[in-house]
Design a protein around this ligand. Sequence first.
Ligand code: SAH
Length: 244
Amino acid sequence: MNGSLMVVGLGPGDTALVTPEVSAALAAATDVVGYLSYVARVPPREGLTVHASDNRAELQRARQALTLAAEGRRVVVVSSGDPGVFAMASAVFEALEDAPELQALDIRVLPGITAMLAAAARVGAPLGHDFCAINLSDNLKPWALVERRLQLAAEADFAMAFYNPRSAARPHQFARALNILHAECGPDRLITFAHAVTTADEHIETVTLAEARPEMANMRTVVLVGNSATRRVGRHVYTPRRAD
Ligand code: SAH
């Protein structure tokens, strides 16, 4: 089997944040597979076949990529940010579990800059101590589990990053998440809404939980919540390296 499958992260948006390793994989690819708006970020060129699909079709997309690689193609599966963060890398390995005959294929995961790190860097260092990342979508897990993880992370005084915070299909859940945080962390806790980081639509604001409104987030927002020591310094927000 001469084909290969690279699962790559395109970063949060700015082309300057695509790693040289990912650019090289794209330059060598015969096929690019991914969600419509992500493959749109790959410049078209002769000899490159683009396979764009709908966002929910992850497993099907992963199977298609494996099949193409098994046929001898140099396949690149694209995700935004990092491919291992709520993205395609796990989907590829799920598909590989069902295809033992393909497990000898050359499969590699190339990291990218994930949204929470790009957002954190924009405001300062809000994730400078222990933190956790939670996907607020209940597509692949029950909402009760999301609430439990939020509650426990807040109790443990983790700073937090939320991906997929709010969609039109489930507008009330994020309001519920904010209520849980408010009850556990109090009104003064800092929360950053980072929208479309490093793109032309970027908009970032840091407020307190008392000021936070569900409408401040949508599906292009990553939300960062500080721990109990997170504070402002000048124009920046940071979390000290120590905890008592
Ligand atoms: N693999 C991606 C995450 C995919 S899940 C990564 O590592 O960043 C999609 C979610 O990522 C969005 O709902 C949003 O919460 C977040 N996201 C992706 N790109 C973003 C950006 N440029 N700005 C803010 N949030 C972003």
